[in-house]
Design a protein around this ligand. Structure first.
Ligand SMILES: Cc1cc2nc3c(=O)[nH]c(=O)nc-3n(C[C@H](O)[C@H](O)[C@H](O)COP(=O)(O)OP(=O)(O)OC[C@H]3O[C@@H](n4cnc5c(N)ncnc54)[C@H](O)[C@@H]3O)c2cc1C
Length: 506
């Protein structure tokens, strides 16, 4: 092991928990610290992991790059399929569908965002404008069941295709564990029974129920919803957002896959929540997220069993949660990552990304043993903002709906929303404008896709775009046709997997 470079340097880190959060953190720290710190991970086979979390968003590719992971190896090891976005069914009204694609819409045709020009033509010549989806290569490719990796040629339309993965959560943790252990992380199996504090109130060790003790300079709490150290010991507090995001339960049920894997996640709204369909190579991941105030767990499971296509492969698993965030994710020498830090329900597949972003922020603010308060405060404040921005985006899906066919949807339509979201809705309804703010994970194209999909419409077109009206009738259909041609030339998603990364292939 290399010597630490200062007397104050962190010499040992204990990660408590071996779910997706624990092993992502362990793998990333082992790679980044390169032997300069002793890394131990404690996990309990008896307690197990949450076992869900199978849809991701495109930044996961940066995590793979940080870890030096080859995408084909990764897809083979985790039974992965590719994801070009999410199809939202029955969200605006029953029977209606829209697509939230990754990446941008259209092309650069002036100083304004593409949708401002599309709005102009959609008002005057809807027949020529067509739907906004038609200007997204991932959306068109997804609808046709196509996928390929981006073209290396920047002039090729396929150069900018944006994608993520669906994968098996258990296999992903196993894959990361192998890398982390190869990079020197020591795994300790056992249940933490007690946490001991130093006189200054920081954590100095955890005691396992079999009597073993693990000590470290710095503890990362990846113990899941229970937040063993951050809440159980340090009582950091929790900001509960269920008044804005009322779903608080989910039933998960894996089934056999009975159709070719679609290159996108399906989110299908129901009477008191929504169901997910996540295609993997070896099975389907299915679940029903619901609000316990409006639906019982038995009814949620019955609806899921009724709606899934293939035969169940395991027992249904019920999960309860409170959407919200830990008030201080970093306190003294304890940092919470993953479900221990907070939970935003899985509607836009953001939790694994929040783990990744927490790791990136930790590396940027890596402490020494003084745990400088300014660094800790900055970490906590930026984490809080990041959660709030995603929260607003999720609330948008529930609130901007025309559904009034159940008490749940009538509640969501009429509930007050955060002021920050109300301001964004007002701005969009005025002239179709959207401006990113610091720490926005979802950028303009995502907000526009969901606002339009949920039926939020600007009262007027952007006046600057309206000045360009004459050339749009010719230009936009040409862009649409180019995207359609590019999508048609892509291979079939299932064939692409079979040829490049089928599990079991060398
Ligand atoms: C219904 C649902 C659907 C989801 N879907 C998605 C999705 O599609 N995309 C996405 O990005 N995210 C999703 N998530 C979130 C995702 O599952 C989690 O972010 C991810 O799995 C990380 O979990 P974790 O590692 O923090 O916690 P866990 O998986 O709960 O792991 C906790 C670890 O701590 C250990 N532990 C706990 N207590 C002790 C103890 N006393 N002693 C020793 N060890 C202990 C456990 O054994 C386990 O190893 C979903 C979550 C839910 C609830």
């Amino acid at each position: 092991m290399n010597q630490p470079c200062s007397a104050d340097a962190i010499r040992s880190i204990a990660i408590i928990g071996g779910g997706t959060a624990g092993w992502m953190t362990a793998a990333a720290l082992a790679r980044s610290l390169n032997g300069r710190c002793r890394l131990t991970l404690v996990e309990s086979d008896e307690i197990g992991t949450v076992g869900v979390g199978e849809a991701t968003i495109p930044p996961i590719r940066q995590m793979n790059a940080l870890l030096g992971i080859d995408e084909s190896d990764f897809a083979r090891a985790t039974q992965a399929t590719f994801k070009l976005g999410i199809a939202f069914e029955n969200w605006r009204t029953q029977g209606e569908r829209y697509f939230h694609p990754f990446g941008r819409f259209g092309a650069d045709i002036g100083p304004l965002p593409f949708q401002s020009y599309w709005h102009v033509l959609a008002r005057t010549r809807p027949d020529l404008a067509g739907p906004l989806d038609a200007y997204s290569l991932p959306a068109v490719a997804a609808a046709r069941g196509k996928f390929c990796w981006p073209s290396p040629d920047p002039r090729n339309t396929l150069h900018n295709i944006s994608y993520a993965f669906h994968f098996d959560a258990g296999l992903y943790a196993r894959f990361l564990r192998a890398r982390a252990e190869a990079d020197g992380v020591e795994r300790v199996e056992g249940r933490v029974g007690d946490v001991t504090l130093a006189p200054d109130g920081s954590v100095d060790g955890v005691k396992l129920v079999d009597g073993r003790r693990v000590t470290a300079d710095f503890f990362i709490d990846c113990s899941g919803f229970r937040g063993l150290l951050i809440e159980g010991t340090l009582h950091a507090g929790y900001e509960d957002w269920r008044h804005w995001l009322p779903c608080d339960s989910a039933v998960a049920l894996p089934t056999q896959r009975v159709e070719a894997p679609r290159p996108y996640t399906r989110s299908i709204a129901g009477a008191a929540g929504w169901q997910w369909r996540i295609p993997l190579q070896h099975r389907m991941g299915n679940g029903h997220v619901f609000c316990s105030e409006f639906m019982s767990a038995d009814d949620a499971e019955a609806a899921l069993r009724r709606d899934v296509d293939g035969a169940p492969l395991a027992d249904a698993k019920l999960l309860r949660f409170a959407t919200g965030r830990r008030r201080r994710v970093w306190q003294r020498n304890v940092l919470a990552i993953g479900l221990a830090a907070g939970f935003l329900e899985p509607l836009e597949s953001t939790s694994i990304h929040l783990i990744q972003s927490a790791i990136t922020r930790l590396l940027a603010l890596f402490p020494d043993r003084s745990f400088a308060q300014a660094d800790v405060d900055y970490y906590n404040a930026t984490t809080a903002r990041e959660y709030e921005r995603i929260r607003d985006f999720l609330v948008l899906h529930y609130h901007a709906t025309e559904r009034d066919d159940s008490p749940f949807w009538r509640h969501c339509r009429t509930m007050p929303v955060p002021d920050t979201l109300a301001a964004r809705l007002d701005l969009y309804r005025s002239h179709g404008r959207f401006f990113p703010v610091e720490l926005d994970l979802f950028l303009e194209p995502s907000w526009v896709a969901v606002m339009e999909g949920q039926g939020v419409r600007p009262a007027r077109a952007d006046p600057m775009a309206a000045m360009e009206a004459d050339r749009l009738a010719d230009l936009l259909p040409r862009i649409r046709a180019a995207i359609s041609r590019a999508a048609e030339a892509m291979p079939d998603h299932a064939r692409f997997i079979a040829e490049n990364c089928a599990a079991g292939q060398p």
